[in-house]
Design a protein around this ligand. Structure first.
Ligand code: FAD
Length: 529
């Protein structure tokens, strides 16, 4: 009945009509009218994009979509929806760029708020010295690529990034926002000075570490549970112009992780970005190496000589930024650093690119995948945070579980430092807190439709489940946690958060979204009437 009701909407529904609609929906017989006037709340029936995300695994259709032009409209919507006399079932999900994997920005039979319709405002505040920070005020639906383009015009840029920039500010701040700079500056949520938020009850609140700090930290990494971010104040710094981007290959996992840890600890003042990936086969180099293509003709035959038995390699990817105050050339810095590293001799390659090209590198991969019809496909991704003590065991588990020949897409592995994360924020890292180094492992698989049927996609999802179940087994003791988590039962969520953080999450939910209206696609809480 609810699914059918969406077809009764026309393009725009007035505020009054919406009230009638909610009243009717909450009435016992659920008889739906179709009132149609223009009004302040433009709820649209065009719900196609709102039921789609990058994962292409879940396709939950909302009743309607709001394309707000101001935070006040979002507030009005949430005030209406939270007024329990009007509706007992309506939920609301903010949708950034819809780059979630498991329907996290969807709202089955609810209302999706498409954040890209908020006027994209980017206001840059340049430091005048004297301990004053440079920062930017940016609206929640803006994409990081837009922010980069604008700040670069002033010679500035945010400090902490994601690998891909066509994600929104509000979307990544609701998770954490991690990449190869995280070891140095923390995740994106550690680089925010202030947020404008509309809570689940429709209150418009400006919060920061000193103003409504509980809401501020609740929202950062809060999976959209406590409020909709309409604006964020983000730290920026002087942007480099050039980047030396280096790849070094290993045939030994221990040496690979030891060097990664060396880079992010004792060499942290020299290096600006550290990631790494498993090289399962030739394809796993080719798929992520467009910038390195001149080197590929020599790398591939060296790593995979014809007729040799399959071998797995590991690749550290690091980058050094060119700042005007650096005394040595980029080449000198790389040479000095590589002397202390243990990669396979002579298996190190580098390219020099602009800072913009480097940060926007995944776009080049996207265009290539789109050309081959491999972008708009299902993505059974799994991202995990693994404590240093469990990373070797986790790598073995992963390689035992997945079939290396069928694997299409990168497997990222790189370390971050726990002390760059604020434990007041909602984001979850594994362990009781004693291990400083934590690895992020991203299994970024694509289900290539020419080779992967529905059964094959289900097999991939089963493999992911096997991995998540094994790591939560206390006897095996890997103690990993999912990043961009996806669970379906409250028990699993409790286990994910751990006792203390679960209690805090429930308290914060009760305070900021007591009827569990927000972000139903996360499947943590059920809507209350
Ligand atoms: P959506 O998918 O639209 O939303 C995600 C969640 O946040 C939903 O629950 C939604 O309701 C909520 N939400 C959205 N906007 C707001 C808002 N304004 N206020 C409150 N809640 C909101 N992540 C990384 O950390 N590092 C990476 O390097 C990285 N690379 C990626 C590469 C690709 C190709 C893709 C597809 C994803 C990548 N991600 C990465 C994951 C990405 O950060 C998350 O999926 C993020 O949620 C996507 O942002 P979005 O704007 O698309 O959010």
């Amino acid at each position: 009945m609810l699914m059918e009701s969406s077809s009764l909407f026309r393009n725009k529904i007035s505020f009054l009509s919406f009230l009638v609609f909610l009243l009717v929906l909450s009435s016992p017989c659920k008889f739906i009218q179709s009132p149609m006037d223009f009004g302040p709340l433009n709820l649209l029936q065009t719900t196609k994009t709102a039921s789609l995300d990058f994962g292409r695994i879940y396709f939950n259709t909302p009743l309607a979509v709001l394309r707000p032009e101001s935070a006040k409209e979002i507030s009005l919507l949430l005030k209406l929806v939270s007024a329990s006399s009007f509706s007992r079932v309506i939920t609301v999900a903010a949708r950034g760029a819809g780059h979630s994997i498991n329907g996290q920005a969807q709202a089955l039979n609810g209302i999706v708020v498409e954040m890209d319709s908020l006027p994209s405002s980017i206001e840059i505040h340049k430091s005048r010295g004297h301990g004053d920070y440079s920062y930017v005020d940016v609206s929640g639906g803006t994409m990081w690529i837009e922010l980069l383009e604008d700040t670069l015009k002033e010679g500035l840029a945010p400090r902490s990034w994601t690998d891909y920039l066509y994600l929104t500010i509000g979307g990544t701040l609701s998770n954490a926002g991690i990449s190869g700079q995280t070891f140095k500056y923390g995740p994106q949520i550690s680089n925010v000075l202030q947020l404008d938020v509309v809570t689940g009850t429709g209150d418009l609140v400006t919060c920061s570490p000193t103003k409504s700090p509980d809401l501020f930290y609740a929202v950062l990494g809060g999976l959209g549970q406590f409020g909709i971010i309409t604006s964020a104040r983000i730290l920026v710094q002087e942007a480099p112009t050039k980047v030396k981007w280096v790849r070094a290959f290993y045939d030994d996992f221990e040496k690979f992780t030891r060097d990664q840890e060396l880079l992010i600890t004792t060499m942290a003042d020299k290096v600006d970005y550290v990631e790494g990936f498993i090289v399962l086969n030739e394809q796993s180099i080719q798929s992520s190496s467009i910038a390195f293509s001149p080197n590929l003709t020599s790398i591939i035959p060296q790593l995979f000589p014809s007729g040799s038995s399959p071998q797995i390699y590991y690749c550290i990817e690091f980058a050094i930024y060119d700042h005007p105050n650096k005394h040595s050339t980029l080449d000198q810095v790389v040479e000095e650093m590589s002397k202390k590293m243990s990669f396979i001799p002579s298996h190190i390659y580098s390219v020099e690119v602009s800072y913009f090209y480097f940060l926007n590198r995944v776009k080049v991969e996207e265009m290539n995948l789109r050309e081959h019809g491999l972008w708009d496909v299902s993505h059974p991704w799994l991202n995990m945070f693994v404590p240093k003590s469990g990373i070797a065991k986790f790598k073995d588990l992963l390689l035992e579980t997945i079939s290396s020949n069928a694997f299409e897409g990168p497997i990222l592995i790189y370390p971050i430092l726990r002390d760059k994360w604020n434990s007041d924020a909602s984001a979850v890292l594994p362990g009781p807190g004693e291990e400083r180094v934590v690895y992020i492992v991203g299994m970024l698989r694509s289900a290539n439709p020419t080779r992967c049927s529905t059964k094959c996609l289900n097999d991939f999802l089963t493999e992911n489940r096997k991995i998540t179940q094994t790591v939560s087994d206390p006897i095996i003791g890997i103690r990993a946690k999912q990043y961009l988590p996806h669970y379906s039962s409250e028990e699993q969520w409790q286990d994910h958060f751990g006792e203390h953080q679960w209690r805090r999450l429930v308290r914060r939910k009760t305070e900021y979204d007591p009827l569990n209206v927000l972000a139903p696609g996360q499947k943590i809480f059920t809507r209350r009437s």
